[in-house]
Design a protein around this ligand. Structure first.
Ligand SMILES: *Cc1c(COP(=O)(O)O)cnc(C)c1O
Length: 414
C-alpha cells in the first residue's frame, strides 16, 4: 500500500497498526477469519468504481459487461459449492441477506420464530432491538436447561402456539450440529416457511462436514466472511424459482441500490478457493483443532456448554472459575488472545458481563496452526484464568503469544 502511505499517513498508520495486531495476536473470535491475498486484491480492485443496479443482463447502467461476467461467475461458483438452483450474491452482509429473505416471504406484522439471542441466535432472528423484531411479530425458542441443546419437541410446541409464517434455524453461538430435517417437519406441521441461516457453519456445510439445508429449507442465507473465508458480505440461496424471483426483487430495488461489485468479485474468488480440495482439508482441520482445544481445556477443569463441540466453536461456562465472561475476555486480551464474552444457558449475568466466552478455531487454522498449538494455547487459557489480575504474568504470556505467532504468518499480510 505504497500510494496510501504517501497520500494519507493517518489512515495508512492505522491500517499498519491493525495489521500488526492481527499478526501478533491469537484471533479466536469464532466469527472471524483471515482471507487470502487473492481475496484482498479483488476487494481492493477498480470494480469499486462501477455502478450496476439490477442483475447481470438487466442493468440500469451501461458499461456493465465485465461486472456482469464477474457476478455471473460468483453465482455459478456459489451454486456449485452448495448444490443449489438459485443464488443472489448481492447482499452487503449477513444481516441484509436475512432482511431480504424475510421481505421475500413476509409482510410486516407477520409472525417469525427464531433461536433466542441468549441461546445463541442472531440479532436478525427476531431480537426486539433489530428490524426483525420491529417489522415482524417475533417469538423465540431456547435451549434445554438440562442439556444446553436445542429441544425439537419444545420448538414444535412453541410453533403450534405462535403459528409462525417463517421458522428461522441457525445460530451464532451453539457448539452442536443442527438437524434441518427436524426443523422441516416442525415447519410443515404449522405451514411455515423454513429458513436456514448458515452464517457460522457455511464452510462446514460446503464441504459436507455438516448436514446441508439446501433442498430442505425454503431459503438459505449466509455471511461469506466466517468459516467460508471470503470478504465481509452476504448471500441468499434457494431451489424454489418463485421464491428466487421474490428474493431478487427484495434485494434490489426494495432494500439495496448498487451492488458492491468489488466485493462480489472477491466472493467469486473465495468460492473458487472453497471449491478446491485443500479447502475441505482446511475445514476438517478447523473442526479437529476445535476438538483438540476443547479436550485440552476440559482437562484444566473448564466446563463446556453441552460438554463439547461438533463444529468450529465452543462455549466455555466460567461459573466454576468464579470469573465473568467480561473479565476473562479482558484478561485474555492483555495476554494477546482475542475472544468474546458470551451468555451461557441459565446465565444470571447481564449480556454486557456474561458468564461465558465463545472460542473458535477458524482463524488460527488459516494461519496453519494445528493440534500442538491448540494444546499450548489451552494451557495459556488456564494460566490466564489463574492470574487474572497479575499484569506481569499476562504481559509475559503476551510475549510468548507473539513469538508463537511469528511462526505462522497471516495469509495476506507480508
Ligand atoms: C454473523 C451472523 C449474521 C450477520 O452477519 P453480518 O454480516 O454481521 O450482518 C447473521 N446471522 C448469523 C447466524 C450470524 O452468525
Amino acid at each position: 500500500m505504497n500510494e496510501l502511505k504517501k497520500k494519507d499517513k493517518e489512515v495508512s498508520k492505522i491500517i499498519e497498526q491493525e495489521k500488526k495486531r492481527q499478526s501478533e495476536g491469537l484471533e479466536m473470535i469464532a466469527s472471524e477469519n483471515y482471507v487470502s491475498m487473492a481475496v484482498l486484491e479483488a476487494t481492493g480492485s477498480v470494480l469499486t468504481n462501477k455502478y450496476a443496479e439490477g442483475y447481470p443482463g438487466h442493468r440500469y447502467y451501461g458499461g456493465c459487461r465485465f461486472v456482469d461476467e464477474v457476478e455471473n461467475l460468483a453465482i455459478l461458483r456459489l451454486k456449485k459449492l452448495f448444490g443449489c438452483k438459485f443464488a443472489n450474491v448481492q447482499p452487503h452482509s449477513g444481516s441484509s441477506a436475512n432482511m431480504a429473505a424475510y421481505a421475500a416471504a413476509l409482510e410486516p406484522g407477520d409472525v417469525i420464530l427464531g433461536q433466542a439471542m441468549d441461546a445463541g441466535g442472531h440479532l436478525t432472528h427476531g431480537a426486539k432491538v433489530s428490524f426483525s423484531g420491529k417489522l415482524y411479530r417475533s417469538y423465540s425458542y431456547g435451549l434445554s436447561g438440562k442439556t444446553g441443546r436445542l429441544d425439537y419437541d419444545e420448538i414444535a410446541k412453541i410453533a403450534k402456539k405462535v403459528k409462525p409464517k417463517v421458522i428461522m434455524s441457525g445460530y451464532s453461538a451453539y457448539p452442536r450440529q443442527l438437524d434441518f430435517k427436524k426443523f422441516r417437519k416442525i415447519s410443515d406441521s404449522v405451514g411455515a416457511y423454513l429458513f436456514a441461516d448458515i452464517a457460522h457453519i457455511a464452510g462446514l456445510v460446503a464441504v459436507g462436514i455438516h448436514q446441508t439445508p439446501i433442498g430442505i429449507a425454503d431459503i438459505v442465507t449466509s455471511t461469506t466472511h466466517k468459516t467460508l473465508r471470503g470478504p465481509r458480505s452476504g448471500i441468499i440461496m434457494t431451489n424454489d424459482e418463485e421464491l428466487s424471483k421474490k428474493i431478487n426483487k427484495a434485494v434490489f430495488p426494495m432494500l439495496q441500490g448498487g451492488p458492491l461489485e468489488h466485493v462480489i468479485a472477491a466472493k467469486a474468488v473465495a468460492f473458487g478457493e472453497a471449491l478446491r480440495p485443500d479447502y475441505k482439508k482446511y475445514i476438517q482441520n478447523v473442526v479437529d483443532n476445535m476438538k483438540c482445544f476443547a479436550e485440552t481445556i476440559q482437562s484444566f477443569d473448564f466446563n463446556l456448554v453441552t460438554g463439547g463441540t461438533d463444529n468450529h466453536l465452543i462455549l466455555i461456562d466460567l461459573r466454576n472459575k468464579n470469573i465473568t465472561g467480561k473479565d476473562f475476555e479482558d484478561a485474555l486480551g492483555k495476554a494477546g488472545i482475542t475472544v468474546n464474552k458470551n451468555g451461557v444457558p441459565g446465565d444470571t449475568q447481564p449480556p454486557q458481563i456474561s458468564s461465558g466466552i465463545r472460542v473458535g478455531t477458524a482463524a488460527l487454522t488459516s494461519r496453519g496452526m494445528g493440534p500442538a498449538e491448540m494444546q499450548r494455547i489451552a494451557k495459556l487459557f488456564a494460566r490466564v484464568v489463574d492470574h487474572i489480575t497479575d499484569e506481569k504474568v499476562l504481559r509475559s504470556i503476551k510475549k510468548e503469544v507473539k513469538m508463537m505467532c511469528a511462526k505462522f504468518p497471516v495469509p495476506g499480510i507480508k
